[in-house]
Design a protein around this ligand. Structure first.
Ligand SMILES: [Zn+2]
Length: 543
C-alpha cells in the first residue's frame, strides 16, 4: 500500500525525482553479503573459473541462483538465465612451430619460443604460410589522425611485418583502437596481405617485456562461433602470425633499406618510418588442436516501473570468469581471481539486490549480465553485445565492474570512458552523493577504457563507463596508490589473488552503493545518455 501511494503521489505531483532521491539516500549495501558471494566465487573448489571449465559453470549457476532468489526475470536463452556462448578453443601443439627465413644471409631457422611466440590458430589445424615480406610500419590506417602505413605500398599476396602498438603521438584511447590486433588484421587483409608478423619495439619491451609474454604460451586461443559455426574474428585470410623478439626481428631486415636499429632510432624521434619490401622470405608452419565448447553469460532483468521507459535497459556487467590453473611448480596452483573479478561479480549481485528491494522501482529496466570469456579477449561481452537478448538500441548505457581493488577505503572513484559521454555528469553526481570525488584517469597511456567488457558495448554504439575505486585513501595513514600498486605487482593473475585479510569490506560496500546510484539515476532520467558531440568513439560506433 505504501508503495502504490508513493507512486501515485509522485505521478500527480511530478515529484518523482525527489521521491526517488529520498528513497535512494536510504539505500545501504550489505558488506556481509558481498563477502559471502566472494567467499563462494573465489573458493578453491571453483578452480579459478576458467572459461569453459566446470568451476566456471558452477560460478554461473551460483549467479543464476542469486538472480532467481531476487525475483529477477531470466534474460538468457529460452526463458533461462543462461546465454550459452559457443566457442572454439585452439591449443597450439607446442612442438609444432617451424619457422625459417631465407634471404641475403642464407637460411636461418628461428626457435620457438626463444625467438618468436605464436598462439593456436582458430581457423586452421595446420597453418602454413610462405612468401615475400614487406615492412609496413605499424600497419595502421587512421584517416582521422592523418596516418596510413599502407599508402603507396604493395603488400598483395605478401606477409606484412608490423611494429607492435602505435605511434606514441597518437591519443591513447583512439590509438588503442587503431593499434589493436583486430584493426591491424582488418587493414592487412583489406590490402591483400596473407600473413602478419609483429615485431617488438623498445616501447613494447618496456610495457610488456617479451619475457613476460612467455607466461601465456599455454593459454588457448578462443573465439566465439557465429550461427554458421564460423569463429568470429578468425581472419582466415591471414594464414599464420607470430610475434618476434627484437633479436629475431633484426634478422628480417638483412640488406634492407633500413636496419631495425635505424627504425628504432626513428621511433625514438617520434617518426614512423615508411614501409618497404624486405629481401627475406618466410616459411612458417604450426599445428593447432581445436575443440568446440560453450560457456555461459548469465543475464537477468529487473523490470522498470514506467510503461514506456521499461522497454529500455541500463546494463550492468561484470566478468565471472578468471584464468583457471597456474602453470607453476608452487603448491598452490589455483588462480582464484578473488579481486579479478569475484569482487566485481559480488558487487554486481549486491547492486542487483539493492534494486530488487527498492520500494519503488526505477522507470527503466535494469539488465544484469555476468559475462564469460573476458580473460580470453572480452568474448562473452562481445557475444552479448552483438547478440543481445534485448533489442540493441534498447540498451541505453553499460556500467561495467572489473577488478575493483578493495584493499583500502578510497575517497574517490575513477570512471574510465565517462569523459566520452553524458555519463561523466551522472557518475560525478552519484560519486558526490556517496561522499566520493571523481578523479581523472591516472593511467591515460594504458587506455583502460578499451580493455574491459564495457568496450564491447561501446563498439555497438552504447555509451559506457568502467568504474573503479580511486587511489586517494580515506585514511591519511594509508597510501592508496601504494596499496594499489602492491596488488598489481604481487597478486594480479597469480594464485595469491585470493580471499584474505587484505579485503576492506567497507570499501566494497561503498563501491556497491556508488554503482547503484549511477544505475538508479540512469534508469530514472528522462533523457537517455548521449555521446559527446564529435566524440571519436561516438562517431565511430554509433548505429
Ligand atoms: Zn584478469
Amino acid at each position: 500500500m505504501k508503495k502504490s501511494l508513493l507512486i501515485t503521489f509522485a505521478l500527480i505531483s511530478g515529484l518523482s525525482c525527489s521521491a526517488q532521491a529520498q528513497q535512494s539516500q536510504n539505500v545501504q549495501a550489505d558488506a556481509a553479503r558481498i563477502k559471502a558471494h566472494l567467499t563462494f566465487l573465489a573458493d578453491d573448489l571453483l578452480e579459478g573459473r576458467d572459461t569453459g571449465s566446470r568451476g566456471h559453470e558452477i560460478a554461473a549457476l551460483y549467479i543464476a541462483s542469486q538472480f532467481a532468489q531476487l525475483g529477477l526475470t531470466p534474460a538468457g536463452d529460452n526463458g533461462t538465465y543462461m546465454q550459452r556462448v559457443p566457442l572454439r578453443q585452439s591449443h597450439l601443439v607446442q612442438s609444432s612451430p617451424k619457422l625459417t627465413l631465407a634471404g641475403p644471409e642464407g637460411q636461418i631457422s628461428l626457435s620457438y619460443p626463444k625467438d618468436y611466440i605464436t598462439s593456436g590458430s582458430v581457423a586452421f589445424s595446420l597453418a602454413h604460410l610462405q612468401g615475400e615480406m614487406v615492412f609496413a610500419g605499424y600497419g595502421i590506417v587512421a584517416p582521422e589522425l592523418g596516418h596510413d602505413d599502407y599508402a603507396g605500398l604493395d603488400v598483395k599476396g605478401k606477409v606484412v611485418v608490423l611494429l607492435s602498438g602505435k605511434p606514441e603521438s597518437f591519443p591513447s584511447e583512439e590509438g588503442a583502437h587503431f593499434g589493436s590486433g583486430s584493426e591491424k588484421s582488418r587493414h592487412a587483409i583489406a590490402n591483400g596481405a596473407i600473413g602478419m608478423i609483429t615485431i617488438s619495439t623498445p616501447l613494447a619491451e618496456k610495457v610488456r617485456p617479451y619475457q613476460t609474454l612467455l607466461n601465456y604460451l599455454h593459454t588457448p586461443k578462443m573465439r566465439w562461433l557465429d550461427k554458421s559455426g564460423n569463429p568470429h574474428e578468425a581472419f582466415p585470410e591471414l594464414l599464420n602470425d607470430a610475434y618476434f623478439s627484437q633479436d629475431a626481428a633484426a634478422k628480417l631486415f638483412a640488406d634492407a633499406p633500413m636496419s631495425l636499429k635505424d627504425i628504432y632510432a626513428q621511433l625514438e624521434k617520434g617518426n614512423t618510418p615508411k614501409g618497404f619490401a624486405l629481401k627475406t622470405r618466410i616459411d612458417f608452419t604450426k599445428q593447432s588442436e581445436h575443440e568446440n565448447i560453450s560457456s555461459p553469460n548469465v543475464a537477468a532483468i529487473l523490470e522498470g516501473s514506467d510503461p514506456v521507459f521499461k522497454n529500455e535497459y541500463v546494463v550492468f556487467s561484470a566478468h565471472s570468469d578468471h584464468i583457471g590453473f597456474a602453470k607453476t611448480v608452487l603448491k598452490d596452483k589455483i588462480n582464484n581471481g578473488a579481486m579479478d573479478n569475484a569482487t566485481g561479480t559480488s558487487v554486481l549481485l549486491e547492486t542487483a539486490r539493492l534494486f530488487a528491494e527498492l520500494p519503488m522501482r526505477p522507470k527503466r529496466s535494469i539488465l544484469f549480465v555476468a559475462v564469460t570469456g573476458e580473460e580470453k579477449g572480452l568474448l562473452g561481452a562481445d557475444y552479448f553485445a552483438q547478440q543481445p537478448t534485448v533489442p540493441l538500441n534498447a540498451m541505453v548505457a553499460n556500467v561495467n565492474l572489473d577488478m575493483p581493488i578493495l584493499t583500502f577505503e578510497s575517497a574517490d572513484v575513477i570512471a574510465f570512458g565517462a569523459n566520452h559521454s553524458s555519463l561523466q555528469q551522472t557518475v560525478s553526481e552519484a560519486a558526490k552523493a556517496a561522499g566520493l570525488s571523481l578523479s581523472p584517469d591516472p593511467w591515460p597511456e594504458q587506455a583502460l577504457f578499451t580493455r574491459s567488457d564495457h568496450y564491447m558495448f561501446v563498439k555497438q554504439g552504447i555509451p559506457s563507463v568502467f568504474l573503479v575505486p580511486g587511489l586517494k585513501s580515506m585514511d591519511p595513514n594509508v597510501d592508496g596508490a601504494k596499496k594499489f600498486g602492491e596488488f598489481i605487482q604481487k597478486h594480479y593473475h597469480k594464485p595469491s589473488d585470493e580471499l584474505n585479510d587484505s579485503f576492506n569490506w567497507q570499501a566494497a560496500k561503498r563501491f556497491a552503493e556508488v554503482n547503484f546510484q549511477i544505475g538508479l539515476s540512469l534508469a530514472d532520467d528522462n533523457k537517455r545518455p548521449t555521446w559527446n558531440e564529435d566524440d571519436f568513439f561516438g562517431r565511430a560506433f554509433s548505429k
